[in-house]
Design a protein around this ligand. Structure first.
Ligand code: FDA
Length: 405
């Protein structure tokens, strides 16, 4: 490996090229990794079949890129091994990424819940990462497909867009399966299997859920949103839920979807600030008020109407027994939807599951059984909550591999 001080120019890929490191995927993790490794002096080839790098960054955060979260902590990530992400996340923090953003003079703001966004455009983040790659003299091979990968004599030999390239180190940074139209493929899992690494079943996550059967009527509420606590398994999220023409969405539901399994219920608390005595207290205060009217004072009008008719409580509160009112509050605080599916990888913001962490070093992201092979970012079985956590994992794992490879 040459010294970083060695004057180099960014090289184009020739018919056959030898590098120190080949990074597969010019997304968030791959660009960060390539830049770090290049600036350390490694000769790096960064490959992507898209002509343009970082397509997910460009559309993220409504075009403003929610690039990190100040509350990043290992418990905000889903993985078969909840401890795996700790090392990389502690060595490259949101403040480290913020320092980089500040160095490039990119203006940003905190929106809510520690989520940091660009004031301007997500293009600034991609430009910054490409400038960092240029500072490391990283060679780009964009708009080129990976045709084959072989490992022989300690070298990874690849055919990329009809040309050969080799390196002693190969970094899998090709992401998960979410949003194929932006370039997502199963390359990471194919390579994992080729190199005998286990893969935790990939599932769509941060994804809208669909309703069918009797619950199909809730689709009539399309466009209605309300603050709720949505729960799947042991995970609970207090944010907005949104009814859609296919079922349920909004941040609370997207978060819960990452923990949801087919056939299970998602429980929604429509009255997160109230207890089971709510309607009994209302009855004492306003006995002449009808149940549906009382509910309309607490929830969006159309939602209140649908829920009231499902609860089949009619008439003035004064005429409804306390037991039934407590029962209604209980149902509204534990409303169980049983989604018949999700909107799938076409709409999922991320993929939960991926290359099993048991086969990787948490310090370097290197495969324990294949020296020189690394996996980073969403390709790995580490998935963050909504709100900038997934990019923070991409940066942190990218830096870990970029410094070690
Ligand atoms: P990423 O998917 O970014 O990059 C993988 C790269 O590999 C791609 O460039 C792809 O083209 C390339 N590739 C795949 N297969 C290939 C093949 N066979 N050959 C060559 N190249 C191949 N997160 C967050 O923290 N804040 C946010 O605001 C958002 N917002 C958001 C919005 C939307 C609509 C989506 C879909 C996702 C988000 N995310 C997010 C999630 C975030 O975008 C995601 O977790 C990271 O981009 C993952 O980074 P990676 O580099 O691991 O994969």
């Amino acid at each position: 490996m040459r010294s970083a001080a060695f004057a180099r120019k960014r090289r184009g890929m020739t018919d056959s090229s030898n590098f120190d490191i080949i990074v597969l995927g010019a997304g968030a993790a791959g660009m960060m990794c390539a830049a770090r490794a290049g600036q350390r002096g490694a000769r790096v080839l960064l490959v992507d079949h898209n002509e343009r790098p970082g397509r997910k960054i460009l559309i993220s955060g409504g075009g403003r890129c929610n690039f990190t979260n100040l509350h990043t902590a290992p418990d905000r990530f889903i993985s078969a091994n909840p401890h795996f992400a700790k090392s990389a996340l502690s060595r490259y923090t949101p403040q480290d990424f913020l320092a980089l953003v500040d160095r490039y003079g990119i203006a940003w703001h905190e929106k809510t819940l520690g989520q940091l966004f660009c004031d301007g455009s997500a293009v600034q983040i991609v430009d910054m990462l490409m400038a960092e790659c240029d500072a490391g003299c990283v060679t780009r091979a964009f708009g080129r497909s990976v045709e084959s990968v072989r490992h022989e004599g300690g070298q990874f030999a690849l055919t990329v867009g009809g040309r050969r390239a080799s390196a002693a180190k190969l970094v899998i940074a090709s992401g998960g399966l979410s949003i194929p139209k932006l370039g997502a493929t199963g390359l990471a899992y194919e390579l994992a299997r080729q190199f005998m690494l286990k893969v935790v079943e990939p599932r769509p996550a941060l994804v809208p859920l669909t309703l069918g059967g009797d619950e199909v009527l809730f689709r009539d509420l399309s466009g209605v949103s309300s603050e709720v606590v949505a729960a799947a398994g042991k995970a609970r999220f207090r944010e907005a839920a949104l009814f859609t023409h296919r079922g349920l969405s909004g941040p609370a539901i997207l978060q819960a979807s990452s923990y949801w399994r087919n056939g299970e219920a998602v429980t929604v608390d429509f009255l997160p600030d109230d207890d089971h005595e709510l309607f009994v207290a209302e009855k004492r205060a306003r006995p002449k008020v009808h149940f549906a009217t009382a509910l309309r004072g607490m929830l969006p009008e159309r939602l209140a109407g649908t829920l009231a008719s499902r609860l089949a409580l009619e008439g003035e509160l004064a005429n409804l027994p306390d037991k039934r009112l407590r029962g209604a509050a209980q149902r509204l605080k534990h409303w169980a939807f049983t989604p018949n599916g999700s909107e799938g990888f076409a709409k999922a913001e991320v993929t939960v599951g991926g290359i099993a962490t048991a086969g990787l070093s948490s310090k370097t992201m290197e495969a324990k059984t294949v020296p020189g092979l690394y996996a980073i970012g969403e390709a790995v079985d580490v998935t963050g909550w909504l709100g900038g956590y997934n990019f923070q994992w991409a940066w942190a794992s990218g830096v870990a591999a970029g410094e070690a490879a």
